[in-house]
Ligand binder design. Structure first.
Ligand code: ARG
Ligand code: ZN
Length: 899
């Protein structure tokens, strides 16, 4: 449908729903071709006036409507493609609607759909309306009873939310299951699953002594790959009890793996549905990174049971209320798991590795978003399609905004604020303001005279703030004067609407330390505060602090542990950065300093098309610093690997103006080669040491062994990049002999990027042959080729013709098309690349608008590119825009990109 007229929904237009729907009783007659849904709703008018009952519905076929048993004839209701409007006279009544839908034809994967031989639902945000007509909004909460009927051989498992009341055979080889969810919920948390599964389960005892059954369902044959997921689920339950004082409120908690899934996973009450990529893992098929991602997504969905399900969102503008908070919780869960059982300093380093990875993800996806045409506050003010707002801003920046509240209140204060939030709002659908109010009530008690008033602007303002730092030192008075100034330039639509308006200052918790010339910490003393790290409250546009008794010119260690999602501007010398990278006792800033030095080298080289002459001194300094770090026995292998990982092209792009992606890609390759050569002995030592560490151990995904493998494979990749003699052969041997997927990929990746054609082809053919029956592993095979530096548009097109490729499976589309368009800088930044991208956006839009809209964002930064590329991309954007049948999803993205 042409959508030029797609309405913009405004946050300020919120009005409560005029009816309550206390109970929902659904009966499904399930079949992939045609499913019949019988919905019985109890409805009560809240509003005294005669507001109509407006129900949402899409892609449904109506059979009948009745009120209190009386069938309505068509003149008693209005029905169109997206709404059913009734004018009930009674204040309370039972509404029954019978309708059908077609799961097998549903390629959008929203609502009820078929994946493999099974049926699944995805209702968040607005998918329930594709199942039956309903008030599809999160502030209408109901108690659900669900009856599922289906063929018993085809669908032996029939699952829905809550508890199983009965299960019985029906005539004609059919059966039925009746489920009841005792917790009132919005319809976006409804779920059903029907299929033939394996199930791994375990009964646990929750803190108050209740028994709960934990289950992980998967396709037949995948059972051996579900042990890790069940273990992660159990640890999630225990962690939420111990760290957040939140206990499982269900007798039964189920996870089901689906091969076709738009996102990562979904927190449906008691019945989480997951992309199989975030459930299935064993040593042979999953990398360390997958094991870690599974732990974090299982945690995330489980933690939603309280933050999202018990307290939900009033409207979708409040999405970050549940997502920002739940991402913060899953980040803390992963950090606690990594630090488990370690002595203090090692625990700090382990937590910092997680922090580095989270900040890197923020800079890779969210900083660019906040500088582009889709920039929005974590609580947006408007949208055309809510599916487009499941963004890095709402999730990852949202988590940073929660983390800052944690920093301001401290762990005990934050937990007191959480307890207050649940005390006030358990069972309700609320706003981000309600959350901050609860935190603010604790903050005001803790810090009389302070409040979160300026802090709240984080919810309203888009754009990444910049904090510039000025440091003056006076040896005479032994005083150091620090001035912090913040600004946030207009972004996205602001640029057009009111570019001149100054945004009010934010409350930025700014953590810093000072180091002496030898790297030793200086005690900070100012206004009654003292310590080696201080968290300053920057609340004004410009603020100054004076530190006393500073007996030598200090080097500042800024924004420690990334205490706020901002960009810091300070003119370090290269030598100061090297000092911090070697000596900063705060491990995050230490890593950051090394990255800054590397960034300088890369930007200088990119300016010269990859030549390193101009950056020679900085590169030498970087290499010398890395050599020291490599030999520092106090640092973990995982941490060292982060140090030795150059910033990605996507992070670097944001620091260049105008952006010249191919030049950056060249520079990055050249610097890798050079560091590979300069540190030959270092890489050899690290490789040997890590092999020795791992020798004789059977594979385990724990953080320590994962760290050792990461460092080993990082060293190997540098050796191959530098064409060190014997390195390719070593990579080849490692690939063929590996006993786990991490090492196998660690060998194969450098081969695919650097080996002669025959070696590479043989390895790829071997890989395909070995793993062709496992879709998640074949996704890796596609992704590896999609991102290889020599891969061209023609290569990708050839891969799309491979029998294993399909655009219909989101994981497969992501592994090839998205990987190429988003991460193959050398391959995609050319006219053929842009044309390919536009074609795929349009093809996907016919199948799955939500996925198409994500791909449509690949060139959000087009307006900042060098002119030639900018023009070429603009042509493609216009071509997409002219397409007659764009979805609302893609329309919103492309129209915003073009304004
Ligand atoms: N609430 C889910 C999660 O973050 C994401 C669901 C998003 N669904 C969608 N169709 N956009 O855990
Ligand atoms: Zn979530």
């Amino acid at each position: 449908m042409r959508t030029d007229t797609a309405p913009t929904i405004l946050r300020q237009d919120y009005t409560p729903y005029p009816f309550r729907i206390p109970t929902v009783d659904l009966t499904f007659d399930l079949a992939p071709g045609l499913t019949q849904v019988h919905s019985r709703l109890s409805v009560e008018r809240i509003h005294p006036e005669a507001a109509p009952l407006v129900l949402n519905g899409e892609a449904l076929n109506l059979i009948s409507i009745s009120i209190d048993g009386h069938v309505l004839s068509p003149e008693h209701y209005q029905l169109d493609d997206h709404q059913l409007i009734l004018h009930p006279e009674k204040a309370a009544f039972t509404l029954e609607i019978i309708s059908t839908c077609r799961p097998a034809e549903n390629t959008s994967l929203m609502g009820l759909y078929q994946s493999g031989h099974s049926l699944f639902t995805q209702c968040e945000a607005e998918g329930f309306r594709r199942i039956t007509w309903f008030a599809d909004r999160p502030d209408v909460m109901s108690r659900y009873t669900v009856t599922l009927q289906a063929d018993k051989t085809q669908f032996p498992h029939l699952l829905s939310n809550g508890n199983l009341l009965h299960h019985q055979a029906l005539p004609d080889g059919r059966h039925q299951a009746v489920w009841e969810d005792p917790h009132p919920k919005p319809c976006y948390l409804f779920a059903l699953v029907a299929g033939d599964f394996d199930c791994r389960e375990k009964t646990i005892t929750t803190r108050s002594g209740r028994q709960a059954l934990l289950q992980v369902y998967c396709d037949k044959g995948d059972y051996p790959r579900t042990a890790w997921a069940l273990d992660c689920l159990e640890r999630s339950v225990l962690w939420d009890e111990s760290r957040f004082n939140l206990e499982l409120d269900l007798d039964r908690f189920m996870i089901v793996a689906a091969r076709d899934f738009n996102m990562g996973a979904m927190e449906n009450k008691g019945l989480n549905i997951f992309n199989s990529a975030y459930v299935l893992a064993d040593a042979q098929t999953a990398t360390d990174a997958s094991f870690e991602a599974i732990e974090s997504v299982i945690g995330h969905e489980y933690f939603h049971n309280w933050t999202g399900n018990r307290i939900t969102c009033r409207d979708w503008f409040q999405l970050s209320l549940k997502e920002g908070l739940t991402v913060f919780r899953d980040q803390e869960f992963s950090a606690d798991m990594m630090a488990r059982g370690l002595p203090d300093s090692a625990a700090l380093s382990a937590r910092t590795v997680k922090r580095i990875d989270d900040v890197t993800a923020l800079r890779t996806a969210q900083f660019p978003e906040d500088a582009g045409p889709m920039a929005h506050p974590i609580r947006p003010d408007s949208y055309q399609e809510i599916g487009n707002f499941y963004t890095a801003t709402v999730y990852e920046k949202g988590a940073e905004v929660i983390r800052m509240q944690h920093t301001l209140l401290g762990e005990p204060g934050f937990q007191a604020g959480m307890a207050e939030y649940f005390r006030r709002h358990d069972g309700q659908a609320v706003t981000c303001d309600d959350f901050v109010n609860a935190m603010d009530s604790v903050y005001r008690q803790q810090a009389p005279g302070k409040d979160l008033a300026a802090f709240r602007r984080w919810y309203a303002q888009a754009g990444t703030p910049r904090v510039s730092v000025d440091l003056q030192y006076d040896p005479q008075t032994a005083q150091c004067v620090l001035t912090l100034s913040q600004r946030c330039d207009p972004v996205g639509v602001e640029k057009l609407q009111n570019p001149a308006v100054a945004k009010p200052p934010l409350h930025i918790p700014f953590a810093l330390g000072l180091l002496g010339a030898d790297g030793s910490p200086i005690l900070l003393e100012t206004d009654g505060l003292s310590g080696e790290t201080l968290v300053l409250d920057l609340t004004q546009t410009t603020q100054t602090w004076v530190f006393k008794n500073v007996t030598q010119r200090p080097v500042p260690s800024l924004l420690r542990n990334f205490s706020a999602p901002v960009i810091v501007e300070y003119n370090y010398t290269d030598e100061e950065l090297a000092l911090l990278a070697r000596k900063d006792p705060e491990p995050f800033s230490r890593w950051e300093a090394g990255q800054s030095l590397a960034t300088r080298c890369l930007l200088a080289m990119a300016g010269k098309q990859g030549q390193s002459g101009t950056a020679k001194a900085a590169i030498d300094l970087l290499a010398a610093t890395w050599a020291d770090i490599a030999g520092d026995a106090s640092l973990s292998p995982a941490y060292k690997t982060r140090v030795f990982t150059l910033p990605s092209e996507r992070v670097l792009l944001e620091k260049m103006s105008p952006i010249n992606p191919p030049a950056l890609a060249l520079a990055r390759r050249a610097l890798r080669r050079q560091l590979g050569q300069a540190l030959q002995d270092t890489w050899q030592t690290l490789y040997d040491d890590m092999c020795a560490t791992l020798d004789g151990q059977t594979y385990s995904p724990d953080a320590a062994s994962a760290g050792a493998r990461a460092l080993k494979n990082c060293a190997l990749a540098y050796q191959v990049a530098a064409t060190v003699s014997g390195a390719l052969e070593r990579a080849e041997r490692q690939y063929y002999n590996a006993d786990n997927m991490t090492d196998r990929m660690g060998g194969l990746t450098p081969l695919v990027n650097h080996a002669p054609e025959d070696v590479k082809t043989r390895a790829l053919a071997h890989f395909y042959d070995q793993w062709q029956a496992n879709p998640l592993v074949i996704d890796r095979w596609f992704a590896l080729q999609a991102t290889a530096s020599s891969t061209t548009v023609a290569d990708v097109q050839a891969l799309m013709a491979h029998p294993a490729f399909t655009l219909r499976n989101p994981n497969r589309a992501r592994s090839l098309v998205f990987q190429f368009c988003l991460n193959n800088i050398q391959g995609v930044y050319c006219e053929a690349g842009y044309a390919f991208w536009a074609e795929q956006v349009m093809a996907l839009d016919q199948i799955n608008p939500e996925i198409a809209a994500r791909l449509a964002r690949a060139f959000d930064h087009w307006g900042r590119l060098v002119p030639k590329e900018r023009q070429a991309i603009k042509l493609q954007l216009e071509k997409i825009m002219q397409r007659p049948s764009l979805s609302r999803n893609v329309y919103e993205i492309i129209s915003k990109a073009l304004t």
